[in-house]
Design a binder for this molecule. Structure first.
Ligand code: NAD
Ligand code: MG
Length: 380
């Protein structure tokens, strides 16, 4: 029996994780849940899973939760440090990091330092500080939840690290891949929030539409699998059936496939190195008919080019790119900027920043703060 904590249990990955845990009650006990502000959903999850700890970023909502569970043994943590605090409890075996954004970094580091397994959906923590996180982690301590990285992780088992030639990350292309380039600036948030193949939180859905999500995934793959940037290719695959591939030195290409369903990579991260039965839509290739592939268009989707640039330059580039993007995505969702300005503002910020090649954690956090301030100046 393993004890798991779900950071961001009220989000898209968080809810899928609880569905996996619900079906594997004999293997996993949910002992911690956390959310930003959705306290009512969190309360329902507490009723069902009866965790020992719950963390809520918003203190006002945490008080409501306290009132509702006043006669209960439940320990309620609140405020800015609560994500980090909840992972420190000695009974925790696995932390599923399903929070969105830079807020996941301190908890990811704390999880690794405590020697616990980190099932990582929060790619932003690797984008910001991959060199720090990976240098602290032992082999297989971080298990990828991102579907592409889970596919690469599974495919890598077919050979040795020295036999890997390259990885090929697939991208659905998002809702606008075939949209006229000159009309992209007029795209509205409601259109961008309609992803063709995946149901996800708002931030990653917008990132998928700009292809910034793929940019972040290039950086994530570099750190997770210790790859050179030249070993990372991206291919547009609109059906999202092949989740990514690994090419070995003998020309063999191993792919992991399946209907798009995040429960598959989530469960694999939890049960690794074993597999457990999971009720998912079976892959029926003959009814799908054809799988198609295209070269990514970096002119139309410059975010991809920025992802390669940040992966190549390393240092504080990832943290700056990530922070500027978080603010730009929110500004687009608020109707403050156009869709195409998300990437153009991010590019401006990363190219103006004071680059540090070998940053410590404080440098990373300072770059994050700087980038947020800088892009907000552009928005004024
Ligand atoms: P989401 O918006 O649906 O959920 C985010 C969760 O984080 C919520 O529970 C929210 O309460 C919590 N949260 C947000 N801000 C917080 C804060 N300041 N403090 C504490 N908690 C906070 O997002 P999602 O789609 O589930 O994505 C989560 C992460 O997983 C992201 O990093 C995303 O890139 C990654 N990911 C998601 C998918 C997917 O299918 N949704 C796939 C691959 C990777
Ligand atoms: Mg992904």
């Amino acid at each position: 029996m393993k004890n798991i904590v779900v950071l961001g249990s009220t989000g898209s990955i968080g809810k899928n994780t609880l569905e996996v845990a619900r079906n594997l009650k004999d293997k996993f006990r949910v002992i911690g849940l956390s959310s930003n502000s959705r306290w009512e959903l969190l309360a329902d999850q507490v009723e069902e899973f009866k965790p020992r700890y719950v963390a809520l970023n918003d203190c006002q909502f945490a008080e409501k939760l306290k009132y509702r569970f006043q006669n209960n043994q439940l320990k309620i943590l609140m405020g800015g440090n609560c994500l980090k605090e909840i992972v420190l409890h000695p009974e925790v075996d696995i932390v599923v990091s399903a929070v969105v954004g830079a807020v996941g970094l301190p908890a990811a580091i704390a999880t690794i330092e405590q020697g616990k397994t980190l099932a990582l959906a929060n790619k932003e923590s690797l984008v910001m500080a991959g060199h720090i996180v990976m240098s602290l982690a032992r082999k297989d301590q971080i298990l990828p939840v991102d579907s592409e990285h889970s596919a690469i992780f599974q495919s890598l088992h077919s050979g040795k690290p020295a036999e890997v030639k390259r990885v090929i990350i697939t991208a659905s292309g998002g809702p606008f891949y075939d949209y006229p380039a000159d009309k992209l600036s007029d795209v509205k948030p409601a259109q961008a929030l309609k992803h063709p193949t995946w149901q996800m939180g708002q931030k990653i859905t917008i990132d998928s539409a700009t292809l910034m999500n793929k940019a972040l995934e290039i950086i994530e793959a570099k750190w997770l699998f210790d790859l050179k940037v030249e070993q990372i290719d991206v291919v547009i695959h609109p059906q999202s059936i092949i989740h990514s591939m690994v090419e070995f030195c003998d020309g063999s290409v191993i792919a992991q496939m399946g209907m798009p369903d995040m429960k598959v990579p989530i469960q694999y991260a939890l049960t690794y190195p074993e597999r457990s039965p999971l009720c998912v839509r079976p892959l029926d290739l003959s009814s799908i008919g054809s799988l198609t592939f295209k070269k990514p268009d970096m002119e139309k989707f410059p975010a991809l080019r920025l992802g390669y640039q940040a992966a190549r330059e390393g240092g504080t580039m990832g943290a700056t790119l990530n922070a500027a993007n978080e603010v730009a995505v929110q500004a687009f969702l608020n109707g403050q900027i156009q869709f195409t300005e998300i990437t153009s503002y991010v590019e401006k910020v990363i190219n103006n920043h004071h680059f540090i090649k070998n940053p410590c954690l404080e440098d990373i956090l300072a770059a994050d703060v700087w980038a947020r301030q800088e892009i907000k100046k552009c928005l004024m």
